[in-house]
Design a protein around this ligand. Sequence first.
Ligand SMILES: C[S@@+](CC[C@H](N)C(=O)[O-])C[C@H]1O[C@@H](n2cnc3c(N)ncnc32)[C@H](O)[C@@H]1O
Length: 266
Amino acid sequence: MSNPPRPAKPFVKWVGGKRSILDTLVDRAPQSYQRYVEPFVGGGALFFRLQPAPALLADINERLITTYQALRDDVDQVIALLTQHAAAHSADYYYQARVELSAATDPAQVAAWFIYLNKTCYNGLYRVNRRGGFNVPLGDYTDPPILDEPNLRAAATALQGVELTHGAFDAVEPRTGDFCYLDPPYHQTYAGYSAAMFGEAEHVRLAAYCDRIDTAGGRFLLSNSDTPLVRELYATYTIEVVSAGRSVSREASQRGRADELLIRNY
Ligand SMILES: C[S@@+](CC[C@H](N)C(=O)[O-])C[C@H]1O[C@@H](n2cnc3c(N)ncnc32)[C@H](O)[C@@H]1O
């Protein structure tokens, strides 16, 4: 019998983090599969809850993926550097850190700057200018929780053996037996995660990717906003309306604004 996974939670605050519908996602995830795949991993809320193996995590945000890699491969060094940043934290230090992040190439350095900035910046946003420089202003916190060593170690444990890649979602080749959880920037909502926007054309590409997973013999679970385009793109699959974390069945006319859709091919 294997030991239950050590509790771990996302080590970054991430826009679109899935805390409110996490229990519903866990409920809908298949009982068994050959590989867990999450091509829009962000903060990885579902991954850290399930701690599945083997797993492949990907995202278009290169610094985020480098941060995951550094935690997996060198958590001690990330903690040592982050301890220094936490001790030195001030407004001046924050604005200097933004410059340092752009210049950093060593993975542990990138990771420590990335986590430090994520915990202290405005709302945990990640936004870069055309040259890739992180440009979110300092957040308004008196005592931000910069270093959570037990959680960083638990995250590092969960990441052992995990494959991490940086790139567009459809660069991940689907395989038979995959369970693929897809949490894209939602249609018609905030999409400023990267220089490349996630507009209608991307949503059409994503639906084609879901068809590829289906044809390859994998299963996918997708979360998205409840818009006519999304309903049309996935009309042949199972569509469930989820409101404030709970599954609901209601007339379209009574739908609240916070509704989202869970779409699956199983
Ligand atoms: C809604 S967030 C995922 C949130 C995540 N489920 C969580 O629990 O924090 C969407 C993610 O998709 C990534 N992304 C945006 N466009 C992408 C693309 N074309 N290919 C892969 N990832 C992309 C963003 O960097 C962001 O991390």
